[in-house]
Design a binder for this molecule. Structure first.
Ligand code: SF4
Length: 275
């Protein structure tokens, strides 16, 4: 079997996995607890040199983690890309460091002077758990001033966030959803952030749910027949702290008439309850 690596047209260079946020949807599970490791100057130069030989490469972006946590490395990486003739499309940032106009403008100017030509600023209800709307808007305002524009990812969610009453507040996801009339259990939250993939931290959370679901399927197969008519089975974190009829599977469903404790419970425990 042979495998051909297709030509590289664009790519992200991740300087670090460290981030000041720990967004629930993060593709790379970044967080303040991630290692302090950042690409060394030698590795940055090596990477840029290799990228400069990619004939089909249009451009790269810098991402992470939050690269701005290692500002001097970020400046070095931008200069290295310029030196090697690698086009930089933009820097991805959560903008959390843009605590006031001056700080934001000064920071973007340093990046621009090193060779950066654009910036992408994240705006999502997941980021909002860590960064107030006003900080995101400060970042956007400053980027407009310095780069003559800013790419907001996404504008649509930013407009939604602006409907919240307190722009200086970090909103837990349950609260922002409640205030915006979004039911986090019916998939709307994911539709709003439709660009997301079930990878990273989201996949980890999903797999916890899947383990519960797999144990239930396994128990039902072993039971060999459907549970008694009318005996509905409840499963899922959306039922946490709620009163429900029927049989619940897992600790989240402790509000059901009867429930199988565990996180997740085993197929044998579920089976015992079903019998
Ligand atoms: S800001 Fe970006 S890198 Fe940091 S945790 Fe959130 S999604 Fe991940």
């Amino acid at each position: 079997m042979s495998f051909t690596v297709p030509p590289l047209h664009s790519g992200g260079v991740m300087l670090t996995y460290k981030c000041d946020n720990a967004c629930r949807h993060c593709l790379y599970c970044c967080s303040p607890k991630s290692s302090d490791e950042v690409m060394s100057e030698e590795m940055i130069d090596h990477t840029m040199s290799a990228l400069s030989k990619e004939r089909s490469l249009d451009g790269i972006h810098f991402g992470g983690g939050e690269c701005s946590l290692f500002f001097d490395w970020l400046l070095y990486a931008i200069r290295s890309a310029v030196k090697h003739g690698v086009r930089i499309d933009y820097l991805e940032t959560n903008g959390g460091w843009c605590i006031d106009d001056q700080t934001a403008v000064d920071g973007f100017k340093r990046l621009r002077d090193a060779g950066l030509s654009g910036v992408l600023i994240s705006a999502s209800l997941f980021h909002l758990e860590f960064i107030p709307v006003n900080v995101t808007k400060t970042a956007i305002r400053a980027a407009h001033k310095v780069f003559d524009g800013a790419f907001v990812w996404t504008d649509e969610v930013l407009r939604l966030m602006e409907r919240l009453p307190d722009h200086d507040k970090k909103y837990p996801i349950q609260e922002s959803c409640r205030l915006l009339g979004i039911n986090p259990a019916d998939g709307t939250l994911w539709q709003i952030h439709s660009y997301l993939n079930p990878c990273g931290r989201a996949a980890r959370r999903l797999s916890e749910g899947l383990r519960r679901y797999a144990a239930l399927i396994c128990a039902l197969r072993q039971l060999g027949s459907a549970p008694a008519k009318g005996d509905t089975i409840k499963i899922g974190q959306a039922l946490r702290d709620k009163k429900c009829s029927g049989l619940g599977v897992g600790n989240c469903c402790s509000g059901c008439d009867r429930y199988v404790p565990g996180c997740p419970p085993t197929a044998a425990q579920i089976l015992e309850m079903l019998r």
